[in-house]
Ligand binder design. Sequence first.
Ligand SMILES: NC(=O)c1ccc[n+]([C@@H]2O[C@H](COP(=O)([O-])OP(=O)(O)OC[C@H]3O[C@@H](n4cnc5c(N)ncnc54)[C@H](OP(=O)(O)O)[C@@H]3O)[C@@H](O)[C@H]2O)c1
Length: 333
Amino acid sequence: MIELNSRLRNLFDALLEFFVITSFSNIGYIVRHRLFKWSEFANKSFDGKCILITGSTSGIGLRLAEYLASKDAKLILIGRDSKKTNSVVDDLIEKTNNTDISFFIADMGNLEDVRRMATKIKNQYNSLDILVHNAGSVVNIPSTSPQGIETTVASQLIGPFLLTNLMLGLLKNSNDPRVITVSSGGMYTEPLNVNSLNEQSSLSDKNQPYNGLKRYAVVKRAQVSINSIWAERIIDERIKFYCMHPGWVTTPGLELHMPTFSRYLRLLLRNLDQGIDTLLWLISSSESSLTSSGDFWHDRKIRTSHRLKSTKVAETNDERTKLWNFCVEKMNY
Ligand SMILES: NC(=O)c1ccc[n+]([C@@H]2O[C@H](COP(=O)([O-])OP(=O)(O)OC[C@H]3O[C@@H](n4cnc5c(N)ncnc54)[C@H](OP(=O)(O)O)[C@@H]3O)[C@@H](O)[C@H]2O)c1
């Protein structure tokens, strides 16, 4: 009987997953929460866990930082604007009385910033339990980083790739190290295409004008791929890699970059607590399913990383090797 119930629940979950709108909206969260009787995080201990979060000055990253600060985690917060980051940290300390919060300034697209910041972190900390690559936004005007890499690629692929590399020493000193990347369901629309990552402004079709949203999806796809390649290549297999989709979440970023979408789907968007649920799950859970590494997660479950046949066939071993080599080359520009 229990077997049947669990099968039915999984069937219902698969049905929700089949339709993007039911899976990514708050419907997915609410139904799955009830269906699987999700445990709350109130009783979980984050006490003393050392967690680094990029993009912690707004939206999902800020809410995650607030929640973890209130649970006595040791936080390393990364922001790109010193005044804004300073004020966020002051607010967090005041609200939560957690003084174990430090912050560092880096634009994740500027590799010099990332290197400088990593050196400071390594001087101050001996180990790191969780590295959360959350920083990211749509870049509407074509531009390049100080190292000449297209901005979306630099800030959401190469900068995080470099930071992971620079943090490996600290992660190895943790008992249960995890690297979590916040990608997006938007990546389902794009194949892995390393040549398009390499272009400075437009995507593969030179006749098409630059499209920031498309560029974002291309890079979000690359995040999912590099996460699974990390899991294959990492020598210290204790370090687990997870990539996740938070669902459609009301954040300043979503409202700014997708105003029409935000307005029309207002009632279906997840709130911030719903948006950070799977992140908290991946940070805190000791479930056996979490022994796997390199997967794409949404609503506390591993999900397919391809919904379209065209994107699946494009992700060949050669293309994946090309992606890894591309990241290594750009990281060492
Ligand atoms: N909201 C959604 O529905 C949704 C859906 C799927 C995936 N996501 C992903 O969730 C993550 C968080 O997005 P959000 O919706 O919370 O957006 P948000 O409110 O705009 O927050 C984005 C955060 O990233 C930081 N950031 C952006 N570019 C950066 C850079 N180059 N260097 C350093 N920090 C940078 C921002 O800093 P500033 O405060 O200085 O701008 C901010 O703290 C992103 O990776 C996004 O792709 C969101």
